[in-house]
Ligand binder design. Sequence first.
Ligand SMILES: Nc1ncnc2c1ncn2[C@@H]1O[C@H](COP(=O)(O)OP(=O)(O)OP(=O)(O)O)[C@@H](O)[C@H]1O
Ligand SMILES: [Mg+2]
Length: 347
Amino acid sequence: MAITVAVSNQKGGVGKTTTALHLAVATALTGRRVLLIDLDSQANATTALGIPEASVEQPGSYHALVNSDDVSPRWPQATAIPHLSVLASSLEMAGVELELSGETDRLHRLRPVIATLADSFDWIFLDCPPSLGILSVSALVAADTVLVPVPPEQFALDGMARLTSTIERLNDAGQTRIDRPMMLITMAQNWAPAKMKRALQVRQTHGDAVLVAEIPHSNALDEASGDRTPVFFTRPNADASENYLRAAAELIMRHEPALTPTPEKIEAMVAEMRTQMKPLASQKGPDPLLTDPPAKHHRRRRSHSRSGSRSGDGPKIYRSRRRLQQAIGASVLIIVSLFITVLVIDA
Ligand SMILES: Nc1ncnc2c1ncn2[C@@H]1O[C@H](COP(=O)(O)OP(=O)(O)OP(=O)(O)O)[C@@H](O)[C@H]1O
Ligand SMILES: [Mg+2]
């Protein structure tokens, strides 16, 4: 029987899809059978795994919600990553809220879908859309737990607060099994004091509901989404890769009854994931395997270029060259002025 995690935050662009995708891939790397259910009409999670959008011939999440009685274990599609399947989304999902709005069981459509598929998987991740409409609430009703990606910015925290109160209301009405939402800090910018402060506030306010792993704001993730490949296979040594592996290990250990998360066990599980990742990375990644400099170097390089772009100064080497040019220019100007002054005095 699968453990079902809804990845949700009503705020858009906070990293829901990126998180659902990477946690699903990382969990599959441990040999657990994983299903990613894409509930977003943008179908980004589907296409990131190289799977085409769902259709009448190969039904997906839209068809499952509209005809939950017809769902079959053949609907999830196997991906190139061993043990990982996806229930694909499609553009039709954009109209499903309207289509289901008159149905009395609209908030319970996902539960039977998951019940039908749960025996074939160990973990199910639900990638929710950026709203608290029928789709997201159905996911909350069907899930065992919810993971909220929160970048350290006020709007994302507001989105989280609204989600938490929705869960409380659903709990009061006996509609969900969710105890307490978990949070994952995403897009962390540890060189920006205001963002660091807010991340710290999230940890102080929510304690151990926040996963220890923290996903940095990362060009590697942005590039990987452009390549439609999980970052593990394009930049395996980037900070973002390491922290998504750690977040997945932590999540697994928090929820599987036989496991208790300790730093040593998390290390061991991450090492196991990395072993499984290597042969896949050499097949899938556009860059040669493990050619990245170590994660620490990424952070340093990134922070330089970012602080550079904020101030408009550019990387350090260019700043030094520019300063040298300025010094030479000033010296030439002084020499010319002195020369003219001497000429004037002579005259
Ligand atoms: N940690 C990160 N650092 C930098 N870019 C990121 C990070 N996480 C995600 N992104 C990028 O931010 C954009 C939004 O991410 P994503 O699609 O995962 O958010 P979302 O919450 O699912 O969005 P939506 O609400 O539209 O469904 C994507 O281009 C993604 O590649
Ligand atoms: Mg998304």
